[in-house]
Structure formats: structure tokens, C-alpha cells
Design a protein around this ligand. Structure first.
Ligand code: C2E
Ligand code: MG
Ligand code: MG
Length: 575
């Protein structure tokens, strides 16, 4: 229900102060009356009227001066002003518009004209206000949106600079596994859940914190921001976060499904450290990622180490952009052996980044950054080109190793690139490498997370000639029963399985099941991370086809790999 409209009338003439309200009697408005510019100004700032009727000529502060001050103040600049002028001088009317007035009415007033102009200004004002609300509101939940909450934070930063004891806290919430709900129950159900979550969040915050002391926003997707004004201390915020977590759990009913939700939260207490709302949001986001990495469904407070880590990552990302041009990447090659004969079958290409100051950066540190930034796409082409070219040269230089194979890791971002298959084809067409000697490795979690999109891509790659391996098998939660659905040729069983095989008999029996099923499906099995003779013996016992690991050799330079090929020349023929 909209509140009653308030009009502030500022005029030093008692007659006008009487006539105007009388003319507008029909409109259901409340009048505030000021007798001079100064009190008009004070009332405008304090009462925030919906419209101001402002006399031009007044002693001391005149209407133009009042208007100028109000238009410069962000809290009153939006209030429409209609000048009341007895002047016939057109330059005065022009000045009025120049100062931002909405309209002017000339004295003596015609009652119908006055009410028509007031009504038009109010309608306009209402429209502008509705548009502003729309522009600041998240359509789905009715909460503030990203723009509005950033504005709100700007105001709090200002307040913090002006008031000694004032501070505020920001909670960044991201729901865990929300994508699964969207993917399995559909977007409509996902939206329904977001609305239900918003409702319980608002209810809880209203009860525990008071409606006027917080502001909640949805930033997009399943990300929310809660801003608490002047919390007592860190402990109070901590307790509130716990309570919020408890309340948000649900359960929520979506159709016949009962959903339990959890959120990871990152918290920043401003403590006068910020000048830019985006910096607060960024730090709260960083803290949220730490909460997720710590096991989800929890909250963590932002601290300086997180900031340093985030900065470090940013610098890494910057350096990564130029690493390709500066020729800082190298491929190492790790041998893969036949488990039955012990002989070399081929290599897996593993990238290394020789950073000018950091030394060698391992792939697990920079591949995720390259994935996130999309830099993996050009880097991936370099890897593919380099590894395929190397294999072709080895085939030429060592004819006795004509069946030597090369495994190349492909990451998710590369695979979902729209013309990945056709670009691989083009690349392969340019080399004479034996395609059947190439194996592209894709991790189990990549395949599992994107099966429907990736299936045609995998099929397309396989049709080009290379074989496909599912890498890090056992870490991506696919069930053995699904294996037949994937267009793959081999399984690389993850190191975590292998190193447990002797400690824990249940790993051994699962491994047995994996190898047996894989063989039934015509898949070859490669054991990763073999480090001990016992592990090798165990996997030989299971009839695992190939093995790779420090037991045989660590990843080595191309030169060392060539030395190995030379040394093992006589063994090659029978490999
Ligand atoms: P991955 O493809 O599963 O590669 C095997 C990883 O295990 C390699 O680590 C290798 O050095 C290591 N490893 C091999 N044998 C043993 C062993 O006996 N014990 C232990 N502890 N580790 C062993 P690396 O080279 O650090 O690579 C890590 C991951 O980074 C790779 O896992 C792969 O997912 C990714 N990666 C490496 N090179 C590339 C690349 O060229 N492209 C892409 N997209 N990803 C790559
Ligand atoms: Mg691999
Ligand atoms: Mg692996």
C-alpha cells in the first residue's frame, strides 16, 4: 500500500500558502508548509517529500538557490520541483529548467492548470521511482540486485568514514551443489528453491537482526550477499552465520522431492579498510571459496593471508598470459610400460612451466588457472602440436619404435570449445603422425560432469583416429555400471587407488572388479602412480595391461626420453 503523497510548499506569501492547498484539495495529498527558503530546505532534507512547490522570489535564500542545493544533494536530487513564479520574464523560466526544475506555474494561479501540472509531475515521479526499483531489484526473489547492493555498500563506506564507531559486515553466500538441482529437477525447480531460500533467509534475519539493520541481495545464480549494519563484534557475526546456516538447511519441498540445502559463506568485517564496494564483495567471495575448499556448508572470515594468496593467483594469471610467447613451457614425457613384458609402450606428455622467478610451476598449480581464464585453449593447442610432432619425429628417428604411443591430456575447457574436433583434425592433417598411436586423456570428472555435451565430441575425436582414455578413474564418482556408455578405449586407474591397494583389501577387490569389467568391455587398463615392486606385482596379478609411475620412471625431458629409446632399441621390436 503506497503511503500518502507529501507536497512541500515553500512560499513567503501567506496568500499563496493558503490558495495552493485549496486548489489541490481534490488530490489526496498531505501538505508541508515552509515560509522561507531556509526552512524549506531543512524540511526537504528531513521529510523527503514527493514534490516541492517552490517560490522563486523569497528574501535571503531564494528559490533558485534552494533548488540548486537540493539538486546537488544525493538524498534530495530526485525530488521533482515546480517553481511558482509571478514573473513574466522568460529568462527566469529558462533558469528554472537549467537548475533541474520539472516545471513552473505562473501566478496568479489557475486552479485546474496547477492541479494538472502537479498531477503530471507526480505521475512522472512515480514512473521514475518504479523504474529505479525495477533497476535495483532482483526479479526472481525481490531482493536487491548487484547494482543496488553495491550502492548500499558505498553509502555504508561513507558512513563508516564519518562515524567513529560504525562498521559493517558482509556475508557472501553460495549454495553447495545447486547446479545438481537445476540439472536434475530443471530450472523452474531451481528457481522455486531460490525463492524458498530467500523467504527463510529474510525471516531469520528479520527475527535475529531486525529488518532495518541488514540488507540482502541476490548477485545472480545461487549467490547472495547479506550486509549487516553495525554488528556488535566478530563473535556476533559468527553466531549469526551459524544460525543462518541452520535455518537455510531446510528441508524444502520441491514437488515430491525433499531438498536439504547448505551454503558456503565468506565473511568480511569492513573495519574501515575499504573504499570500494567491489573490493569488499571480492574479498567476501575469496573467503567463500576458502569455505568451499574446506569442505563446504561452513563459513570463513576473510583474512590477510587469503588476500595475499588471491593476489599471488592474480600475478600467476598475468604471467601465464605471456608464458606461451616467452617460450616458458616444456613437455616432459613419462614412460608407460607393458605390465606383462615390462617393456616400454609409449609416453604421457606432461607440461611444465619454467617461470622466470618462481622456478618450475607444477601443472596442478597453473592448469586450473589456465582453465578458468580460457588460456588453456591456446596452451592446449601448443601441447597437442608439440606432443604429436615429437611422436612423429621419434617414429622417424627410431624406426624400430614405429608403434610407440603418446598420451596427451585434454582439459574440459578445450573439449567444450565449439570447433575443437575440426581444429584437431586440421592439426593432425598438417602432421604425418600415426593417429592410432595417439591417445587423448580426459579425466573421469570432466566426462561425468558433462556427459551429454561431450559424448558427440568424444565420438568425433575417436573417429579422427586417436584412442581415448579416461584419466584419474576412481576419483570422479562414475559407477562401473556406466562405463559402457562412454566412447573410450582405456581406463587409467588413479594413483589414490593404487597406493591403497596393499593397505586396504577393499581397494584390492574394487580394483579387481574394475579390471575384470573393463576387459569385458574391451577396454585396456593402465595403472597410474606405481611406486613399488609390490604394487607392480599386485597389478600384474590382476592382469592390468599397462603401468606408469616412479617405479618405472619419473617424467623426463625429450632428450632423456630419446636416450631411453636408444638404450631400449633392441627391446623395441618385441614390445
Ligand atoms: P595426470 O594426467 O593424471 O598425470 C599423472 C600425474 O601423476 C603427473 O603429475 C605425474 O608426474 C604424476 N605421477 C606419475 N607417476 C607417479 C608416481 O609414481 N607417484 C606420484 N606421486 N606421482 C606420479 P603432474 O605432471 O604434476 O601432472 C598433474 C596433472 O596435471 C596431470 O595428472 C594432468 O591432469 C595435469 N596435466 C599435466 N600435463 C598436462 C597437459 O599437458 N595438459 C593438461 N590439460 N593437463 C595436464
Ligand atoms: Mg593424464
Ligand atoms: Mg591421471
Amino acid at each position: 500500500m503506497p503511503e500518502q503523497i507529501t507536497i512541500l510548499l515553500v512560499d513567503d506569501d501567506p496568500m499563496t500558502r493558503k490558495i495552493v492547498p485549496a486548489h489541490l484539495k481534490q488530490m489526496d495529498v498531505k501538505f508541508l508548509i515552509a515560509e522561507d527558503g531556509e526552512s524549506g530546505l531543512a524540511m526537504a532534507l528531513y521529510d523527503q517529500p514527493d514534490l516541492i512547490l517552490l517560490d522563486v522570489r523569497m528574501p535571503s535564500l531564494d528559490g533558485f538557490e534552494v533548488c540548486e542545493i537540493l539538486k546537488q544533494n544525493p538524498t534530495t536530487s530526485h525530488i521533482p520541483i515546480i517553481f511558482l513564479t509571478s514573473a513574466t520574464d522568460p529568462s527566469e523560466k529558462i533558469r528554472a529548467y537549467e537548475l533541474g526544475a520539472s516545471d513552473y506555474v505562473t501566478k496568479p494561479f489557475n486552479g485546474r492548470e496547477l492541479s494538472a501540472r502537479v498531477a503530471a509531475s507526480l505521475r512522472m515521479q512515480d514512473l521514475v521511482r518504479r523504474l529505479a526499483v525495477q533497476a535495483n531489484t532482483d526479479e526472481l526473489t525481490g531482493l536487491s540486485n548487484r547494482t543496488a547492493i553495491a550502492d548500499h555498500l558505498s553509502r555504508l563506506i561513507l558512513r563508516e568514514q564519518q562515524e567513529n564507531d560504525y562498521t559493517f559486515a558482509v556475508l557472501f553466500l553460495d549454495f553447495d551443489r545447486f547446479k545438481i538441482i537445476n540439472d536434475s529437477l530443471g530450472h523452474a525447480a531451481g528457481d522455486e528453491l531460490l525463492i524458498a531460500i530467500t523467504r527463510s533467509m529474510s525471516q531469520m534475519l528479520d527475527e535475529h537482526y531486525g529488518h532495518h539493520h541488514y540488507k540482502a541481495a541476490r548477485l545472480g545464480g545461487d549467490e547472495f550477499l547479506v550486509v549487516l549494519s553495525n554488528p556488535t563484534n566478530e563473535q556476533a557475526v559468527d553466531e549469526l552465520a551459524h544460525e543462518l546456516q541452520r535455518k537455510l538447511t531446510g528441508p524444502y519441498m520441491l514437488g515430491e522431492h525433499e531438498i536439504i540445502a547448505s551454503a558456503s559463506m565468506g565473511i568480511v568485517i569492513s573495519e574501515g579498510r575499504y573504499t570500494d564496494p567491489q573490493e569488499i564483495i571480492r574479498d567476501a567471495d575469496t573467503a567463500m571459496y576458502h569455505a568451499k575448499a574446506d569442505g563446504k556448508a561452513r563459513h570463513s572470515f576473510f583474512n590477510q593471508e587469503m588476500h595475499v594468496a588471491a593476489l599471488d593467483l592474480l600475478m600467476l594469471e598475468n604471467d601465464l598470459r605471456s608464458a606461451l610467447e616467452r617460450n616458458e613451457f616444456e613437455l616432459l614425457y613419462q614412460p608407460i610400460h607393458n605390465m606383462e613384458t615390462g617393456r616400454l609402450k609409449g609416453f604421457e606428455a606432461l607440461i611444465r612451466w619454467h617461470h622466470p622467478f618462481r622456478g618450475t610451476v607444477p601443472p596442478l598449480q597453473f592448469i586450473p588457472v589456465a582453465e578458468e581464464t580460457g588460456l588453456i585453449v591456446p596452451i592446449g593447442w601448443w601441447i597437442l602440436h608439440q606432443a604429436a610432432g615429437q611422436l612423429q619425429r621419434w617414429h622417424e628417428d627410431f624406426p624400430q619404435w614405429s608403434e610407440l604411443t603418446m598420451n596427451i591430456n585434454i582439459s574440459k575447457r578445450q573439449l567444450i570449445h565449439p570447433d575443437f574436433v575440426s581444429r584437431v583434425k586440421k592439426g593432425l592433417d598438417q602432421t604425418k603422425v600415426k593417429r592410432q598411436c595417439l591417445t587423448l586423456e580426459i579425466t573421469e570428472s570432466t566426462i561425468m560432469g558433462n556427459l551429454s555435451t561431450l559424448k558427440p565430441v568424444l565420438q568425433g575425436l575417436r573417429d579422427l583416429g586417436p584412442t581415448l582414455a579416461m584419466d584419474d578413474f576412481g576419483t570422479g564418482h562414475s559407477s562401473l555400471g556406466c562405463l559402457h556408455k562412454f566412447p573410450i578405449d582405456s581406463l587409467k586407474v588413479d594413483r589414490s587407488f593404487i597406493c591403497n591397494v596393499e593397505k586396504d583389501p577393499s581397494f584390492a577387490s574394487v580394483l579387481f572388479a574394475i579390471v575384470t569389467l573393463a576387459h569385458n568391455l574391451d577396454l585396456t587398463v593402465v595403472a597410474e602412480g606405481l611406486e613399488t615392486a609390490e604394487q607392480v606385482a599386485h597389478l600384474q596379478g590382476l592382469e592390468c595391461d599397462y603401468g606408469q609411475g616412479y617405479y618405472f620412471a619419473k617424467p623426463m625431458s625429450a632428450k632423456d626420453a630419446e636416450a631411453l629409446l636408444c638404450k631400449d632399441c633392441d627391446l623395441a621390436q618385441s614390445a
